[in-house]
Design a protein around this ligand. Structure first.
Ligand code: ZN
Length: 363
């Protein structure tokens, strides 16, 4: 995902003729939609509707919220309505399944080592020559095993941000090449010298969930089961919320860049994102997706309506930062050399069975 001076953006949508739309998707071009449909990657035959009481095996984070924040709401404080300043009651109800899924994932003990590394800044310096972005120091973090106290600290971190309303969510007509973008607000973050953040999410999610846009009306998707596509849209909205929450962590975890060695006129008060482990690109959202799914998960053709199923890509694979004019290095996020330097010549893409998506919304 690209990032502007204060923004980290989501992934591109596409439009146009069937040929134009499909030509960049190797899976669609080489395998074809018929094979994907017959293989159970597009339409569900036996979907009876969404189960709202998502009952994951462990709900230790939920227990923490009940005990420490007196909360029985199935939606995590960070996603609750008071953090959506201009959403209607109807739309908030409509996106409930996505909010519940994102909340359940945030409750899981398995995600705490990632955030422990990020929040507790178990950092090691990365040498990049020349130094990118205003001579900021760059560093990386790793996952660390969590004991019970660490888990409580991670869960408390997110609860604090939610209750203190440090992160706003808004549906907007964002750049059509993105799913969402996150930036800093003028408000205070949860720690000294940190900032609050906002995320603008593509209104197209709402249009699909309201059935204003039908996947089957998109080029080449005439045989699409619209309810299966809506289920994918619910899933993808949850992933996008978590992806962007990781970018928001950049503002809530790290103090203003003025504490770094900022000297050029290009500088602003935005801390750069750290690298996760030895990843070639510093992109927290995809780093987290790679922890959850073994790679970056996205709708084929990158349309919010997800008409052709999901694919998981190696991350970072052959990805390159998007150009952002105005930045010191004109790159959206920092990389330690391009794919060629790392001798990466192709991505492996894995189609995601619809049964995998369905399991998140059914008992
Ligand atoms: Zn991102």
């Amino acid at each position: 995902m690209a990032s502007a001076s204060n923004v980290d953006a989501g992934k591109p949508n596409s439009s146009g003729s069937v040929e134009e739309w499909h030509q960049d998707e190797a899976v669609l071009v080489t395998i074809g939609l018929d094979v994907l449909t017959n293989g159970g990657f597009v339409n569900l035959d036996d979907f009876d509707g969404i189960e709202l009481d998502l009952d994951f095996q462990s709900s230790a984070g939920r227990t923490f919220l009940k005990n420490h924040y007196n909360s029985n709401d199935p939606i995590h404080p960070i996603f609750r309505k008071f953090n959506w300043p201009d959403i209607s009651d109807a739309d908030y109800q409509l996106i409930g399944p996505s909010l519940r899924l994102a909340s359940r994932i945030l409750d899981q003990p398995c995600i705490t080592p990632f955030f422990k590394g990020l929040i507790l800044k178990q950092k090691r310096w990365v040498k990049i020559t020349p130094k990118p972005y205003h001579k900021q120091e760059m560093f990386y973090f790793t996952q660390s095993p969590c004991n019970e106290m660490d888990m409580l600290e991670v869960w408390n971190w997110f609860a604090e941000i939610g209750v203190a309303q440090c992160q706003e969510w808004r549906f907007r007509d964002v750049d059509p090449d993105t799913f969402a973008c996150t930036g800093k607000t003028g408000g205070a973050g949860p720690r000294p010298r940190t900032k609050g953040s906002f995320t603008d999410i593509s209104s197209r999610y709402l249009q699909v969930l309201r059935r204003d846009i039908l996947a089957s009306s998109l080029p080449g998707a005439e045989h699409n089961d619209d309810e299966s596509a809506r289920l994918r849209t619910y899933f993808h909205l949850a992933v996008t919320l978590l992806h962007e929450l990781c970018h928001a962590m950049r503002f809530s975890c790290f103090p203003s860049v003025k504490t770094y060695r900022s000297k050029t006129q290009m500088s602003n008060d935005i801390p750069e994102e750290p690298f996760y482990r030895d990843q070639r690109l510093a992109e927290l959202g995809f780093a987290f997706e790679s922890v959850l799914f073994g790679g970056d998960i996205r709708p084929l053709t990158c349309d919010v309506a997800a008409p052709f199923g999901f694919v998981v890509d190696d991350w970072p694979g052959v990805a390159e930062p998007q150009r952002q004019p105005g930045r010191a290095t004109e790159l959206g996020y920092t990389q330690r050399g391009g794919p060629t330097k790392w001798k990466v010549r192709w991505n492996t893409e894995y189609m995601v069975p619809m049964d995998f998506i369905k399991q998140f919304f059914t008992r």
